[in-house]
Write a protein that binds this ligand. Structure first.
Ligand code: PLP
Length: 445
């Protein structure tokens, strides 16, 4: 018998606990239980929970501007936030289009890429190429881009065709062989563009560092340079999805900066509003801006809530807090502490097969046999056991999506705490993970 709550919950059989308070890295539910939020609630809450200064600032701004429809007007808060984002972006970036979240940003990016080629007199270019083990959103177009098999299945008759290439997954690489990365996964893009017909391909979408679908996949140092070369060779736009990994999560304002490569579009979400406002963005390069300026001058697209004043106002306050407290780059330093702790845990726990990520975005993959990398039987539900054990002990981490072992199961968690997490809180998290592993059969060395 499912619940009769007025809310249509994702899981009708389990109304989740109601959260009544949040502070820093902690959440508290209506029964008084406290949780260390080492997931930053889906990787969103960069500046931490319960920053009352945001609400104070909003109240102080009064009702100066309530709503502005962006097809007719702009307002100072949108202009200010766009300027701040461009000032941190790769130097080829030249414009920001605001959305209410990540799916809208990626959907906008595909449409922008398609219209870009229409503007340039190449209307036959419209296709997108994306990777397996990827997530770009839930709308039909962004689910089409996503190589997240379990979420695609039900909707497959409705999805758009998207060609798919190998992910940069060194731990289970199927195409390099010999244990040495030859960037064959990047070259898979060239093969795919050629198979599709370069004259038809508009864009390649990739999460700069992969999120929940395979948590923490961080490509080889040469990977994005090779991707850039291939995209340039075939006149294909490179879209870096940084909805999760951008805006400070990896210790850089833009994760792609670590590869020193300039994408054509970067999409943002999550931390940009930090949960205080629904906000996302599409950051657009001069190349695209120039093509529109020389062409029709008008992006045929429009979201009612693009650049809505309250969201942009809050986005500016989030940006100020992040700048003042060094949170755009703090992930690099505190992330080293987290990484060292995870590696020490892996040394003791044979169930940890792989640790990967950067800054404050880490994936921990579990295996039944470390020697052969054999995953657990999916029926054993190992990840679910670890995540619910930790949750029962008041620690929240995200369960990875099954299927990383090329559709045959596989277990992993994602750790993506607020950028404000302390060393002491990281110690609590690591201790909790170690204890959960021990309770579920991983015998410490
Ligand atoms: N892209 C990535 C990499 C994400 O992690 C997500 C959300 O988890 C999205 C896009 C979709 O964003 P949203 O849920 O805000 O629509």
């Amino acid at each position: 018998m499912h619940n009769r709550s007025a809310v249509f919950y994702r899981d009708l059989n389990a109304v989740p606990p109601s959260i009544v308070r949040g502070e820093g890295s902690y959440l508290e539910d209506a029964s008084g239980r406290r949780y260390l939020d080492a997931s930053a609630s889906a990787g969103v809450v960069g500046i931490g929970h319960g920053r009352s200064e945001i609400w104070d600032a909003l109240a102080a701004a009064g009702n100066k501007v309530t709503f502005v429809y962006n097809a007719t007007f702009t307002h100072p808060w949108q202009e200010e936030l766009a300027g701040r984002i461009l000032a941190m972006a790769p130097s080829n970036m030249a414009g920001v289009y605001f959305t209410s979240g990540g799916s809208e940003a990626n959907e906008s990016a595909w449409k922008l890429a398609r219209q870009y080629f229409v503007e340039r007199g190449k209307p036959q270019k419209y296709k997108a190429v994306a990777r397996w083990l990827s997530y770009h959103g839930v709308t039909l177009a962004t689910l089409s881009l996503s190589g997240r098999t379990s979420w695609r299945e039900i909707y497959s008759p409705l999805l758009l065709p998207v060609a798919r290439v190998a992910p940069p997954y060194e731990y289970r690489c199927r195409i390099c062989g010999g244990g040495r990365c030859t960037l064959a996964c990047a070259d898979d893009l060239e093969r795919t563009i050629l198979m599709e017909g370069p004259e038809t391909v508009a864009a390649f979408f990739a999460e700069t560092i992969v999120g929940t679908t395979a948590a923490g996949l961080t490509p080889n140092p040469g990977y994005y340079r090779r991707i850039r070369e291939i995209c340039d060779r075939y006149d294909v736009l490179f879209v870096a999805d940084e909805v999760l990994c951008g805006y400070g999560r990896t210790g850089h304002p833009f994760a792609i900066s670590a590869w020193d490569v300039a994408p054509d579009i970067v999409t943002l979400g999550k931390a940009i509003g930090s949960g205080y406002a629904p906000l996302g963005a599409m950051v657009v390069s001069e190349k695209i801006r120039g093509a529109f300026a020389a062409g029709s001058g008008r992006f045929v697209h429009g979201l009612t809530y693009s650049g809505t004043p309250s969201a942009c106002f809050i986005g500016n306050r989030v940006h100020e807090i992040m700048s003042r407290e060094g949170l755009f780059t703090r992930g690099a330093e505190i992330g080293r502490y987290l990484e060292a702790g995870l590696r020490a845990l892996a040394d003791r726990h044979p169930a940890i097969g792989d640790i990967r990520g950067r800054g404050l975005l880490w994936g921990v993959e579990f295996v039944e046999d470390r020697e052969t990398r054999r995953p657990f039987d999916p029926k054993a539900g190992f990840t679910a056991k670890i995540v619910s054990h930790m949750r029962a002990n008041g620690i929240l981490v995200a369960a990875g999506i099954p299927g990383i072992n090329y559709g045959q199961g596989g277990d992993h968690i994602q750790i993506s705490p607020p950028f404000t997490i302390t060393e002491n809180e990281i110690d609590i998290l690591l201790e909790g993970l170690g204890e959960a592993l021990e309770q579920h059969g991983s015998v410490p060395a």
